[in-house]
Design a protein around this ligand. Structure first.
Ligand SMILES: NC(=O)c1ccc[n+]([C@@H]2O[C@H](COP(=O)([O-])OP(=O)(O)OC[C@H]3O[C@@H](n4cnc5c(N)ncnc54)[C@H](O)[C@@H]3O)[C@@H](O)[C@H]2O)c1
Length: 373
């Protein structure tokens, strides 16, 4: 994600990347290479104490988000943190309070909100075109952890947290579900499953070091050790949003599915369905008329969704563009303190931690659990 952020920042107006931090100087140099970064360092303190730096992006494994965000905020820097915000509700609450107390910007990288067609769904719902929302359903399915030999720091709860799939990709689903429907998840009933009770952990690849995410699919040989797995490969959640009802699954073991985030929303007037693997298409469902496929073209989008589409129809805008759109709005809000933030906040990260917490309690107790407001 560090390089994804760097690349997107290069496409945002009026932003310089001052310094890249790695776990060593060599790793920082490698990460920053080719991006015209002014400095690289192996020591986070260099960034924290540099008065020329306004904002810090956090793209490290989950366990370090809290410590880095806290240090940056206490030093008076704005923070844009990768999801999930923290390892627990308590940590997320502390960061959210710190951002408010310091009057700083605290953004969270739920970037998937910023596909143009996702914005179109939001504007359709706001304009009343879906009617009252009845049903929200979907999935976030991947296959990169299907084999017992698949390994990543996300398997280690000390680095990733008490949940794997629901925290990693289920959080993107619920962020989008609430953002698009305008409703809050009030209750959940979850079932989590570990298909591989042990996995083959590469001996040289623990604690988030080496072998970055997704690289093992390209085939990495070497010595491994059988390691017990305590976090889920798959999860399913039934949920309520007040009167509306929903279902979702999240999976890292669904063969052939790469990043299949599907969001379906059905209201009293119509339905929509969107899939991240075909992001330029939006299915529009009608009860008494033929269904439609809307292909992204700024001229066909709601006016407020047009600002998220920088290219003409037929020229695809995808995953890297979602970061650009988020970062652009984050830096605009730093340049102009009077702007109301138009991007996911740390408070949204806290929200996701509360949903996640309720899912874990529900699974353990085999019962419905309420999500605190
Ligand atoms: N928004 C999204 O779409 C999205 C997608 C993937 C991952 N993520 C999030 O991004 C974060 C990173 O995930 P990833 O898949 O890029 O992991 P990764 O393992 O590919 O990369 C993490 C990098 O951080 C480095 N690192 C570890 N600790 C560090 C520290 N204290 N200081 C500096 N560098 C450190 C590691 O050496 C590694 O190079 C996670 O929180 C993950 O949830 C978000």
């Amino acid at each position: 994600m560090g390089r994804v952020h760097l690349e997107a920042l290069r496409r945002v107006e009026n932003v310089d990347v001052v310094e890249v931090v790695g776990t060593s100087l060599e790793k920082a140099k490698a990460a920053g290479a080719g991006y015209n970064v002014l400095n690289v360092t192996g020591d986070l303190k260099d960034v924290i104490h540099d008065p020329s730096i306004d904002a810090v992006h956090i793209t490290t494994p989950n366990a370090s988000h809290f410590m880095i965000a806290k240090a940056a905020l206490e030093a008076g820097k704005h923070v844009l943190c990768e999801k999930p915000l923290a390892m627990s509700v308590a940590q997320a609450l502390e960061l959210t309070n710190l951002v408010a107390a310091k009057k700083l910007r605290g953004g969270l990288c739920h970037n998937l909100r910023y596909y143009p067609m996702v914005q179109q769904i939001r504007r359709m719902r706001e304009a009343g075109e879906l009617g009252e929302i009845l049903v929200v359903q979907g999935t976030y399915s991947q296959d990169w952890m299907l084999f017992e030999s698949d390994w990543n720091w996300r398997v280690d709860p000390k680095v990733s947290g008490p949940s794997r799939v629901m925290a990693d990709i289920g959080s993107h689903f619920f962020d989008m579900a609430e953002y698009l429907s305008g409703l809050k998840v009030t209750d959940v009933c979850s079932d989590l499953q570990i298909f591989h009770p042990t996995r083959k952990q590469p001996v040289v690849n623990s604690s988030g070091e080496g072998g970055e995410s997704f690289t093992r699919k390209l085939g990495v040989a070497g010595e491994t050790v059988d390691t017990q797995v305590v976090t889920e490969d798959f999860g399913a959640t039934l949920f309520r949003m007040g009167k509306a009802r929903g279902t979702m699954t999240a999976s890292q073991v669904s063969a052939g599915r790469k990043n299949r985030l599907v969001m379906e929303i059905y209201g009293t007037k119509g339905g929509v369905s969107w899939c991240q693997e075909r992001p330029e298409e939006l299915w529009l469902g009608h009860r008494n008329a033929p269904n439609q496929i809307l292909l992204k073209d700024p001229s066909l989008l709601h006016e407020q969704a047009q600002g998220f589409a920088d290219y003409p129809g037929g020229h695809a805008e995808g995953y890297p563009d979602t970061f650009k759109q988020l970062f652009r709005r984050f830096y605009a809000s730093i340049a102009d303190p009077s702007l109301t933030p138009d991007y996911p906040q740390m408070a949204d990260g806290l929200r996701q931690m509360k949903i996640l917490d309720a899912e874990l309690v529900s699974h353990k107790s085999r019962a419905w659990v309420s999500v605190p407001a």
